[in-house]
Ligand binder design. Sequence first.
Ligand code: GZL
Length: 308
Amino acid sequence: AAAMAGGLPLGAFAQKKVVLGFSQIGAESEWRTANTESIKSAAKEHGIELKFSDAQQKQENQIKAIRSFIAQRVDVIAFSPVVESGWETVLREAKAAKIPVILTDRAVNVKDDSLWVSFMGSDFLEEGRKAGRWLTEKMKDVKGEVHIVELQGTVGSAPAIDRKRGFEEIIKADPKFKIIRSQTGDFTRAKGKEVMEAFLKAEGKKINVLYAHNDDMAIGAIQAIEEAGLKPAKDIVIISIDAVKGAFEAMMAGKLNVTVECSPLLGPQLMQAVKDLKAGKTLPKRIVTEEGIFPMEVAAKEFPKRKY
Ligand code: GZL
């Protein structure tokens, strides 16, 4: 007979596992795969049952996943919204089902902020400003025009919008800085290479600087620059964001000048927030991850300490 204790099956005393439904954007970059790894391992460590879905960078797949989490009556929903807009309807459905929603990594643009309980992730505006400050310092003695080409992240995504805005806020102080081409590489190596090939064909040796919104596009662009017979980080100064291992390897090879850190390691913070929610605590509306900037000069020293 099943073990009994005071007439109740023992299982009745076991804590029911907290169930988290997580809709991930995709696997488009080194950053994203490190982010997924952090979430999956933290769920295990915290004893949280994780229902995980990969949207292949399509918003409609994220909306489908959130609807299925609602149907499965999960305890908490969390997701990294691929773009800022188009979330009102499905977030209202989650609210009607009384399932709290936590935003990770990227933010949403909704009028009613009660549709999500907390947003944890980097300050993309500040990341863009850090990139701009590094460049203006590096080029402070340059007399002529500085021609910049820009590889933007996914169109409509919070990081693409804010990294562009933060960078421009800083360089607009000196009219010698000119962004002569700007196009999305969708945060991937393949697209970053393809768009940089087009930039090189159109502008060639006129290009002084590449500003890439993530390391994967910068790494793709480095291949295009080399195939065009130019020296990355010398003929064209290259600035990118994320600070993934691939960026440190490129800097140690002398092919990338600097990368601004954007930590994907949100798993532990997310799981703690889920547990706090279930324990009835209120979460801060905004949890910011602290981050640095790594120029190529420090790459070899820092590399052994890197976790993603
Ligand atoms: C930033 C994240 C971005 C990374 C890219 O928090 O949303 O998406 O910068 C990733 O590498 O694809």
